[in-house]
Design a protein around this ligand. Structure first.
Ligand SMILES: [Zn+2]
Length: 365
């Protein structure tokens, strides 16, 4: 049996406002971390800061055989709003932090309700999809039997007073690539190796990539630069290519084919080298974690509140914890709250009276 917990609405809004006023971009969440540390101190909850970066991990009920993780992101976005460059929580991470603090407050007062050790990750730098890996590399977290996260959802995806038991984020990868050739006079191109020609061939090959799946995927060149003179065969270019797929397996296949295409054009004087890449794994669905989250949603919002996952083109570095094997199981709550016009849109708002925020339902088994 899962029973909803009761939290202090007023404190949630205070934390929400206070953290909103401290909005800071990735890895610069200094005042945010200080506020979180102060709140944890007030609650008598122990925590560890990361030695090299912002954010922290709080631990409740240490030393139990089962370890449950709860993760919130803490960073915001720098954007132009009302004619001014500002840092704004237009992705709702201050809501996530306020909710998670409420859960921490409850369990700090009711440790016997916890079915194990609770590790609460206040993770920096979600927006740059680099924070989760840094948390993992810090070694401060340790293995988790299950990890829960949450994200507010646009009204167009999940309606007010509704929630989904998994946010089906897709896998994304970006590669930064240099392509080198051989320069020559534009009038004698056969003496050179033109990187623009090679890139055109490669780009055509990218477009011909096909996977045996009905689900959407894409390979898109998003940047390309080459050449400095109108009468010289260019011998150096750079480009970026963006790959997206619904599952991590499909992403691996997509990457294999993209690499095959790159190898195919790397002949003679043309050489293609990878300068760097960013990746964000897709959600790894786990039936047990989804079932528990579904029961929690139903307990708080009723049966009508639980909706089927809505496909999204979004990504979240939350999925690294399971992808890298640190969390055995994981899922993210997708919380509907009348959010318009959309995430990352300055001036984004959601239902302020929406108080069905108890992610941390109490589990009786
Ligand atoms: Zn976000």
């Amino acid at each position: 049996m899962i029973q909803p917990i009761t939290v202090n609405d007023q404190q949630i809004y205070t934390d929400f406002d206070q953290l909103g006023a401290r909005a800071e971009v990735a890895f610069q969440e200094v005042r945010t971390t200080a506020y979180l540390a102060q709140r944890l101190d007030e609650l008598g909850v122990s925590y560890q800061r990361f030695p090299q970066m912002t954010g922290l991990i709080a631990t409740l009920n240490p030393g139990q055989p089962v370890t449950i993780g709860l993760r919130t992101d803490i960073d915001a976005l720098k954007q132009v709003y009302q004619g001014k460059t500002q840092v704004l929580h237009s992705c709702g991470h201050n809501a996530h932090m306020a909710i998670v603090l409420a859960v921490v407050t409850y369990f700090a007062a009711h440790p016997d309700d916890l079915p194990g050790t609770l590790k609460v990750i206040f993770q920096p730098a979600e927006e740059t999809v680099t924070g989760a890996e840094k948390v993992i590399q810090s070694g401060l977290l340790g293995p988790l039997d299950v990890l829960y996260g949450l994200h507010v959802c646009p009204d167009s995806e999940v309606g007010d007073h509704q929630a989904e038991a998994i946010l089906p984020d897709i896998a994304t990868r970006t590669y930064w690539v240099t392509i080198t050739g051989k320069t020559a006079h534009a009038g004698r191109p056969w003496l050179g190796a033109n990187v623009i020609d090679a890139f055109s061939t490669l780009n055509e090959r990218f477009k011909q990539i096909q996977l045996a799946t009905d689900s959407p995927y894409s390979v898109t060149t998003t940047m390309f630069q080459a050449g400095e003179s109108s009468n010289i065969v260019p011998d150096k270019g750079t480009f970026a290519v963006d790959l997206r797929a619904r599952t991590n397996d499909l992403m691996d296949q997509l990457q294999d084919q993209a690499f095959q295409a790159i190898r195919a054009v790397s002949t003679g004087d043309i050489q293609v080298t990878l300068d760097g890449n960013d990746l964000s794994p897709a959600a790894i669905p786990d039936d047990q974690a989804i079932a528990t989250m579904g029961q929690a949603i139903t307990a708080v919002l009723g049966a009508d509140g639980l909706v089927a996952p809505v496909p999204t083109q979004g990504g979240d570095d939350f999925h690294f914890y399971a992808y890298d094997g640190l969390a055995k199981r994981s899922t993210m709550l997708g919380l509907g709250c009348g959010l318009t016009p959309g995430l990352h849109v300055p001036g984004m708002t959601f239902d302020p009276d929406y108080t069905g925020l108890s992610l941390g339902s109490k589990s009786g088994n």
